[in-house]
Design a binder for this molecule. Sequence first.
Ligand code: SF4
Ligand code: SF4
Length: 242
Amino acid sequence: MGGKSFFIDTSRCTACRGCQIACKEWHGLPATPTKQWGSHQNPKDLNFYTYKLVRFSEHEKRGKLVWYFFPDQCRHCIEPPCKDVADGYVKGAIVKDSETGAIIYNLELMKKVPFDEVREACPYNIPRQDEKTGMVAKCDMCIDRVKAGLLPMCVKTCPTGAMNFGERDEMLALAQKRLAEVKRKFPNAQLCDPEDVRVIYLVLDNPKLYHKFAIASVTPGITRKAALRKLLNPVGFLQTLG
Ligand code: SF4
Ligand code: SF4
């Protein structure tokens, strides 16, 4: 298969949020005004200007409080459902980079693709829209840096070794090696959908305890609905394109 992948070892994440800030800095994205809402997670959710968000969750385990950290971002799916939807409307709105496998959005063309269908097709609830302009954005794998032989900014910044990036086979091997190590102490440890995505997370417990969309969650019918509309009513479908 080839291409690039991330390996995100949440067992090494200290939730410093360096990756989140570095992502913003590299992409020239403005800060999101926030206020204290009872969690260290800030902002509350991904948005058009926040491609990467370190999610926090608290749980009680055997009478002790545990914190789980999950640096959330686009998974650069091997077969991206968001692209399936966009291809039905505007070719080139979402492309897969042949060298790296990165899934890249064209912000302008994405204005012509129904946002609700794209977002609901995404098994990880990633794309976000700017309501003013209609543009849709997400992590772009720092494709400009990667093409220049540099690491994605989040990986470059991470001080703990939680964020890793490289050739896909090397990242899969690293993920399996680390999983074997942590399994001795954390029997529920697992990799999240490693065969389906280019952003492979290692978690020490049930992935849903980290984040509702840590592993793929499918909204039934959306992608199928878009495909059916094309097959059953091509004229009507073309009319929707204006
Ligand atoms: S995680 Fe969502 S937005 Fe990213 S490539 Fe997969 S389907 Fe598309
Ligand atoms: S920079 Fe590394 S340690 Fe800090 S929040 Fe991001 S993944 Fe976690």
